[in-house]
Design a binder for this molecule. Structure first.
Ligand code: HEM
Ligand SMILES: *[C@@H]1O[C@H](CO)[C@@H](O)[C@H](O)[C@H]1NC(C)=O
Ligand SMILES: *[C@@H]1O[C@H](CO)[C@@H](O)[C@H](O)[C@H]1NC(C)=O
Ligand SMILES: *[C@@H]1O[C@H](CO)[C@@H](O)[C@H](O)[C@H]1NC(C)=O
Length: 324
């Protein structure tokens, strides 16, 4: 009895160690030079397509950055978000946070076509999302970084995980901290990555409750948002407002200035500055843009390390919309 419980405790710790080691190795396999011999022109193939999409519509940079987040939070950065539904398959595109909201799939198709022309069958859709997110941030004036590569593509997707893992705009601070922690991300990652809401737009349905029902919001700001977002659910649901009312197409640190001034558009944005443990970090990022850039970049790398498929796991899709 004593012996067998010691033995099972031992077996459990060996198993836990093996899991930790394999997760560690999976992350260690990502490498900025992963395609340097197999696809040397990868980065110079992707960047102009992103730049041209952002030139056509600045918001596209925001949409492409968000797509990487919604890929990584659902069973890892594996390109699962890109798979189309068909008669026998339901992917993540109709999940609540994505339906009528996630956009930019045509740009990913364009990039994939260009990359397949340069290096057929070599580069994963998951890595294309990671590079595209970085190039989008840069195109809108944000920081740059070396993107770690070597992810492979899933053959599956999970509608239910997309519905449970992607944080909701109604979340409290402790929910948000918990949702990020579930992905192995810290509270610093949460506050820094939320700075992505310095660009892009949100739909009325996602901020209606905040501008009508919450008290921790600037009254003048609430009133001006209400002008474009009717109080009745179902009316004007898709009306858009910028997440950063100051510079919505510039990747800067004004997001933190907004939330300090009680002008966060989403309930979840304002939660980061409502007297809780993250107030101090919001103030730091507002007064120190360099610290914000450093922590945002670290956050993007940490998010990009969530459960990648590497080595012989997963595959390389030729069309990002269809599993191979
Ligand atoms: C902290 C938890 C987060 C919540 C609750 C949240 C929620 C949302 C919501 C509700 C929208 C508007 C969607 C719509 O109305 O259609 C949005 C937009 C956006 N989110 Fe987040 N988000 C979070 C974190 C992040 C992170 C980590 C990133 C990227 C690093 C990100 C990037 C964006 C961008 C760029 C947009 C604008 C997209 C566009 O204009 O197409 N968000 N987010
Ligand atoms: C997704 O959006 C479409 C179009 O508005 C709608 O018909 C459909 O019911 C939505 N699906 C889900 C699962 O919410
Ligand atoms: C986030 O955290 C809260 C609290 O733990 C939990 O109820 C929720 O399901 C989590 N996920 C999402 C998508 O909000
Ligand atoms: C449906 O999509 C799945 C996932 O991409 C794919 O494996 C399957 O071949 C597709 N089936 C049809 C009939 O297109």
């Amino acid at each position: 009895m004593a012996f067998s419980s010691t033995l099972s405790a031992w077996a459990i710790s060996v198993l836990a160690f093996a899991v930790m080691v394999s997760v560690g190795i999976a992350n260690a396999q990502l490498d900025a030079n992963f395609y340097s011999t197999s696809c040397p022109n990868l980065l110079t193939t992707v960047q102009p397509v992103v730049q041209s999409a952002v030139n056509t519509e600045a918001r596209m940079g925001a949409s492409l950055l968000r797509m990487f987040f919604h890929d990584c939070f659902v069973n890892g950065c594996d390109g699962s978000v890109l798979l189309d539904d068909n008669s026998t398959f339901t992917g993540e595109k109709t999940a609540f946070p994505n339906n009528n909201s996630l956009r930019g799939f045509e740009v990913i198709d364009q990039i994939k076509t260009a990359v397949e022309q340069a290096c057929p069958g070599v580069v994963s859709c998951a890595d294309i999302l990671a590079i595209t997110a970085r190039d989008s941030v840069v195109a809108l004036g944000g920081p740059t970084w070396n993107v770690l590569l070597g992810r492979r593509d899933s053959s599956t997707a999970s509608l239910s995980a997309a519905n449970t893992n992607i944080p909701a705009p109604s979340s409290s601070l402790s929910d948000l901290i918990g949702n990020f922690s579930n992905q192995g991300l810290s509270t610093t990652d949460l506050v820094a990555l939320s700075g992505a809401h310095t660009i892009g737009q949100a739909r009325c349905t996602n901020f209606r409750a905040h501008i009508y029902n919450d008290n921790n919001i600037d009254a003048t700001f609430a009133q001006s948002e209400q002008a474009n977002c009717p109080s009745t659910s179902g009316s004007g649901d898709n009306n858009l407002s910028p997440l950063d009312l100051q510079t919505p197409t510039q990747f800067d640190n004004n997001y933190y200035n907004n939330v300090i001034n009680m002008k966060g558009l989403l309930h979840s944005d304002q939660q980061l500055f409502s007297g809780g443990s993250t107030n101090a970090l919001v103030s730091t990022y507002n007064s120190n843009p360099t610290q914000f850039s450093t922590d945002f970049v670290n956050g993007m790398i940490n998010m990009g390390n969530i459960q990648p498929l590497t080595g012989s796991n997963g595959g390389i899709r030729t069309n990002c919309r269809i599993a191979t």
